[in-house]
Design a protein around this ligand. Structure first.
Ligand code: FCB
Length: 463
């Protein structure tokens, strides 16, 4: 017997991308340099020395890309705007050609019956702002407000769904402390300041977006990882709390008006437990000015959740374990994607319930979910990516259960419509529903694209 898992009426089915990962045209039509241009042009940062100069050439092929979305039948498409395309120096002079590009894209989507879901910041900070200190500098939050104002003034009559930031954990911790992302720094204190200024930029930009686009909804996108201790030992419990604190609550708590988590997380941060261990002193928190937490806690209309996997934690906070992997996946029989991320759909169910129960967002969208598998075309040009279909199906089933449980989930955006530039991993990690031949820029539907089309057409799953 087949059961139909129907999703609510009006549910948004979509895909997601970001500017640097698909657009290319890195120095065309007046675009300024971004930190990802600089980072990828510097040898040693990206696997095989790859870079996003051309990527999927979406800047020139956007009409074809709208057409494949139309073919899929999506009613939503989440993309991001390249800040240095709009303000090449990060603030001040506006590049009209940059604004025109996104204006045409928005019109094209609307003509195709697709609602644009616009992310303002998906990691491509103008290099000019990085040269003045980047996100660790408070002035970058102010520049972000100027940028959000310029964009929402131009597109605000047509765009009804805005996201300020994508995954501020990555832009701060991965960029300024772990160094795997642009600008590639290793400085714990500036990573914390960066996280704060990202959140501040989010909070301060909200009123500007609402003013310019009054009929719209505005939210933020967080990458959240459900976490559990590897064992019941107090050390593993601490490790779990610390990871959950730094990864999830560090962003959820202030956005939902609770300030920064005051439990173990601050205690560990004060001792500088993330290597390199530079103890924080009280003075180091000086970047949090009076009124900031109120600004960050401006009400949002929805929370965007990016979910890929879970994490199981064991005692990273014990000094003698510091050179061991912090994340232990307790289920050795687990399946993994090619990103080495465990396939764990139950985590999505738990996460959605937890966020709903603890923070009560008005609405949630799954703004990213997907899997990297490199299955390519066979001799007949067909792409049998069964593992991706299984991944998406199991996660949609989990999302459906969460809705049954009362979670106000209003849409699902799979990452991604097509294979693209996967940051430090370059082009080898393929997340797309469409295969991209990067030599010819041909897009070929994988079996998962055909499957997703059916899901959308039926507004649900047959299991
Ligand atoms: C997320 C990013 C997105 C993409 C996926 C795989 O962390 O937001 O750009 O790279 O991971």
């Amino acid at each position: 017997m087949t059961t139909k898992l129907k999703f609510p009426q009006g549910f948004f089915w979509g895909t997601a991308t970001s500017s640097y990962q698909i657009e290319g045209a890195w120095n065309e039509d007046g675009k300024g340099e971004s930190i990802w241009d600089r980072f990828s042009h510097t040898p040693g940062h990206i696997e095989r020395g790859e870079m996003g100069n051309v990527a999927c050439d979406h800047y020139h092929r956007w009409q074809e890309d709208i057409a494949i979305h139309k073919e899929l039948g999506v009613n939503g498409y989440r993309f991001s705007i390249s800040w240095p395309r709009i303000l090449p120096q990060g603030r001040g002079a506006v590049n009209p050609k940059g604004l025109d590009f996104y204006s045409r894209l928005v019109d094209g989507l609307l003509e195709a019956g697709i609602q644009p879901f616009v992310t303002l910041y998906h990691w491509d900070l103008p290099q000019a702002l990085q040269d003045e200190g980047g996100w660790p500098a408070r002035a970058t939050a102010e520049a972000f407000v100027e940028y959000a104002d310029v964009v929402s003034r131009r597109l605000g009559d047509r765009v009804k769904h805005w996201m300020t930031l994508n995954e501020p954990w990555c832009s701060s911790l991965l960029g300024y402390q772990i160094g795997e992302h642009a600008p590639g720094h290793h400085d714990w204190k500036s990573a914390l300041a960066a996280a704060h200024h990202l959140l501040l930029g989010h909070g301060l930009a909200l009123p500007a977006i609402r003013r310019n686009s009054p009929q719209s909804e505005v939210g933020i996108v967080l990458n959240l990882i459900p976490t559990e201790p590897a064992s019941p030992s107090p050390e593993d419990y601490d490790a779990f709390r610390y990871f959950d604190g730094f990864f999830n609550r560090w962003f959820l708590d202030p956005v939902f008006g609770r300030g920064y988590p005051a439990d173990k997380v601050l205690e560990y941060a004060a001792q500088g437990f993330l290597p390199p261990t530079i103890p924080l002193t009280d003075g180091d928190w000086g970047f949090v000015k009076s009124g900031d937490l109120q600004a960050i806690a401006q009400p949002i209309d929805f929370l965007g959740v990016n979910y890929y996997s879970r994490s199981v934690q064991r005692s990273p906070v014990i000094p003698e374990h510091q050179n061991q992997p912090r994340t232990v996946h307790v289920a050795p029989e687990s399946e993994w994607t090619e990103m080495r991320w465990e396939v764990f759909p139950e985590g999505l169910y738990r996460l959605l319930n937890r966020v709903n129960y603890e923070y009560q967002p008005r609405k949630i969208y799954i703004t990213e979910n997907g899997a990297s598998y490199s299955d390519g075309p066979d001799a007949a040009g067909q792409i049998h990516d069964e593992r991706r279909i299984a991944y998406l199906r199991s996660h949609l089933e989990a999302a459906h259960r969460a809705i049954q449980n009362g979670v106000p989930l209003a849409g699902y955006f799979t990452w991604s419509i097509m294979d693209n530039f996967e940051w430090a991993h370059g082009f080898a990690q393929r997340f797309g529903l469409y295969w991209v031949d990067f030599a010819t820029q041909k897009r070929l539907p994988k079996d998962s694209a055909l499957w997703y089309r059916q899901v959308i057409a039926g507004n649900g799953l047959t299991i």
